[in-house]
Design a protein around this ligand. Sequence first.
Ligand code: TNX
Length: 503
Amino acid sequence: MTRPLLVPQPRSVEFGEGALVLPARLTVSGPGDWVETAADLLAGGTGLWLVPAEEGALLRLSEAEGVPSSYTLVCGSDGITVDAADRDGLVAALGTLRQLMPDWAHGLAPLPGGELAVPHVRIVDDPKFGWRGMHLDVARHFMPLPFLYRFVDLLAMHKLNRFHLHLNEDQGWRFEVRKYPRLTTVGATRAETVFVPGSPGDGTPHGGFYTQDQLRALNAYAKRRGVTIVPEIDVPGHTRALLAAYPEFGEGAEGAEVPTGPGVFEEVLHLSDETMAMVEDVFTELLDVFDSPWIHIGGDECPTAQWERSDDAARLVRERGLAGVEGLQPWFTEHLRDWLAQRGRTTVGWDEIVDHGDMPEAVVMSWHGREPGRRALAAGHQVVMASNVPYYFDYYQSDSPDEPFAQPAPSSWQDVASFDPVAGVADEHLPNLLGIQGQVWTEFMTTPAEVEYMAFPRTCVLAEVAWSGPVEPSELEPRLRAHLRRLEAAGVNHRPLEGPHPW
Ligand code: TNX
């Protein structure tokens, strides 16, 4: 049989001669809830019905020593064995197993009469990075809940294990907070859906939010699939939706509306004691929903212009013994970091959180290229490389005029493949480089189909780099091309390699 081409490429793959044809009723054994996890992960297009068996199972799962996320997968005439170090490794192994099957196994339902043949093979694999993340902005444009489940499935399929969920923005608040109902009754809706600059607006209100129960269920679903949801509430900037709902936490915000255009706005949180108490209340509810060890507090793009003009901000600066208003955001971040640490959580922030000095114990997400990340590593921080070029998947995918409207600085899948996130990082700092992450900001994506178009195939390439490191585009291309057939079976609206097609 033809040998399947895999993305990401495992560390070692040795094909044998034959193949094992799986029966629709597949016996499986394994520890704890791994059998159920396997049933979940192999559902759909494989058509498999997994039946637990104590002995003589055809699919044998076991926990084995190894580095985190590592696994060994062996398929021979007597069945399939998976030895995985942990749940991450199990999910990755099952992802590989599905890639060894025909493309249609990635679909919603099996091909009638199709034969589920898996080639004899021995695969040994472990990832380059522990943090293999994708971010999704559900605030610029609300994405329906079922799409978040699909996104989790697509991450698991690509052996990515962190889902950074960006829950609030100037243009919309998406997280139900019971103590502050106006965040969602007011802050979750704006007057226009589309906000391409210069366009007159479409006159269609846009909104939506997720209840805590919905997100709790999503969190559990993701966890079962080896994906940790890292929730973000972005403060103290990017908070105009919050201020439209509760102007008392800003200055002069009375009468403000949820904005209908993109940009960085001057209106930010006024960091009074009352605001701090509100922020703690919001995070209290967030922690109640998400059990991630990491909590993202945003921290990006917070202008100080309002604070500079404010007598009350000047008073806070004096009372807190700060050098000036520039000290307010670091003070705020430190406060929140300590508050989260007391609750056993680690703070993650965009690289602005170290603009005014170190923020010990906080994880830094380097988005202004690699440089802030390198500096933060040198200062002893843990870092995730989320470099805007080429890891912002809201950027153009090429310089073709036919690309759908997007952010500048084209970042092609080839750029993602060849970009070395580790370049310039001293060897002794590598242990603190947690990994890499792709970002999907949705200013100019209004639907799940548009998100898929922008995110794929770049997400597949990110997964390749996260597991195996940078790769020559010409080496990757045949594998990526083969992999796109799987995405098509799964109904993913990916951008073709040949070039853009209009939305
Ligand atoms: C910068 S990255 C932002 C986002 C925008 C994005 C557009 C970051 C932390 N802030 O608010 O959506 O650029 O590409």
